[in-house]
Design a protein around this ligand. Structure first.
Ligand code: ZN
Length: 472
């Protein structure tokens, strides 16, 4: 998951008012939908057929096993690398083996930021090595590194209120305590630019997570136009808290930061579109999606291997069950999400004349733990239809609808502009423990939860793709 901070902040507010919003609609959805309510309820048997096939039948454990084979074979899949392209070819072949022939790739120009050696040493008040992960697009330090005193701030406000002369020539450490991802991530994504504008020579950020076993978490950042690009990295919660304690005691803290990397923004990757053609309105689309690229650490099993594989599974399961919806079900494997939703923006541009063919767009990029329901974007009618569909999933405890304008990460490019869509709401309390770390491996994934996710994702997308009426 990348971020759109404005959207994520509003998501927080929406969750807080969830109960009220749903109650307001509860009495009116039946009136708005009329006979469509009974039509949706008639999908009970099809839903059971899909759930049974995945939870107890031939597809049981298949999503987990295929994901494991994939991430064990390719490992991390950073934007702009050959391994990412090889993993895309592999997914195309895996889909073809399932009899899915309608597969298209669309080229996208993407960046390649390649991490080199990275080292952080506290040299005063005592020598201590600290683990770091450079942030995406960070520039290098000179070979001998940058040695400077540290200034610790909690927020941009505190930075702005500190006189420039106290920042100049120093390393700024941001150490906000995690609240929500959308809120906390701003110091990671914009911290280097803001510190540089005040004269800092490098910036560090306390990793954006609630929990740590001394693990740094990487992520993207962008340099603002016109600022001097300074090196920037994440440190562990433990080291950030150590520096904070020393700093608050009035100790002078000096760090040596050594980082190297290369950057090339002329690489080519591909979005992958796997279609199960609709029987009545093939031009209309219900999209399920996840991103195939990952950070360069861990295996990208959680972010976003799980979302990729439940989206791959949807057309596969329907094909195996001979279920052809009226509209086309399209699985999209987005490329280059992590460096800024690059694949999603490219798809939007390439298909700008036909965006109104998107009946509903779905994405899983916040973990594939046990599914709980959907975050839904769209007008009242869209939300009512989604709510009725979700009622079919009470047996697996996945009936919750949370209204969220601009749902998703990649798909926020669409849902933020009024296209109806949803992202997977799942039991992901521990998601940010592993996010963008060496710990994002198969050990985070659970076969039964992936089965539930794949079954839910397939059945929801099938029903919406097959209904007699459009979502909006
Ligand atoms: Zn992701």
């Amino acid at each position: 998951m990348y971020f759109l901070s404005i959207i994520s902040v509003s998501f927080f507010l929406i969750v807080a008012s969830e109960a009220k919003v749903l109650n307001k609609n509860a009495n009116t959805c039946e009136e708005i939908l009329g006979p469509l309510v009974d039509e949706i309820r008639s999908y009970e048997d099809v839903k059971d057929k899909i759930l049974n096939y995945v939870l107890n039948g031939d597809f049981k454990r298949k999503t987990y096993d295929e994901l494991a084979i994939f991430v064990d074979k390719f490992g991390a899949r950073p934007s702009g690398t050959q391994v990412l392209e090889d993993s895309i070819d592999y997914m195309i072949e895996l889909s073809r083996k399932e009899g899915l022939e309608d597969i298209t790739t669309e080229e996208v120009v993407v960046p390649r930021w390649e991490r080199g050696e990275e080292k952080l040493t506290m040299v005063e008040p005592r020598i201590k090595n600290m683990v770091i992960l450079g942030l995406g697009r960070s520039v290098s330090t000179p070979p001998e590194g940058i040695t400077a005193e540290v200034v610790v701030v909690k927020s941009f406000d505190e930075l702005e209120n500190t006189p420039d002369e106290n920042i100049k020539g120093k390393i700024v450490l941001y150490d906000p305590i995690f609240t929500t991802y959308g809120e906390t991530v701003a110091v990671r994504s914009q911290g280097a630019s803001k510190a540089s504008a005040k004269g800092a020579v490098a910036s560090l950020v306390r990793s954006v997570t609630q929990f740590s076993i001394n693990s740094p978490h990487t992520g993207s950042q962008n340099y603002a136009d016109g600022v001097i690009k300074i090196p920037t990295a994440a440190i562990s919660l433990e080291d950030a808290d150590l520096i904070r304690r020393l700093y608050d005691r009035g100790e002078k803290i000096v760090l040596n930061l050594q980082m190297s990397s290369t950057y090339d923004d002329t690489k080519v990757s591909r979005n992958t579109l796997v279609d199960l053609k609709g029987s009545q309105n093939p031009e209309k689309l219900v999209i399920v999606s996840g991103h195939i690229d990952s950070w360069d650490v861990g295996q990208g099993a959680m972010d976003d291997g799980g979302g990729l594989f439940i989206s791959w599974a949807a057309p596969v399961i329907l094909k195996r069950l001979n279920l052809t919806p009226k509209r086309t079900l399209r699985a999209i494997f987005w490329t280059a999400e992590e460096l800024g939703l690059i694949g999603a923006y490219a798809y939007k541009e390439a298909h700008k004349e036909e965006l109104n063919n998107i009946n509903f767009i779905m994405e899983s990029d916040e973990g594939t733990f046990a599914p709980l329901g959907l975050y839904v974007s769209g007008n009242t009618r869209t939300r009512c239809i989604a709510q009725e569909v979700l009622k079919l999933f009470k047996s697996i405890n996945a009936s919750t609808l949370i209204e969220q304008d601009g749902a998703g990460s990649d798909i926020a490019v669409f849902t933020g502009n009024g296209i109806p869509g949803a992202s997977l709401y799942n039991d992901n309390e521990k998601y940010f423990w592993f996010h963008h770390t060496e710990g994002d491996t198969m050990n985070v994934e659970d076969p039964d939860e992936l089965d539930l996710g794949a079954a839910f994702w397939t059945a929801v997308s099938y029903i919406i793709a097959d209904l007699s009426e459009d979502m909006a």
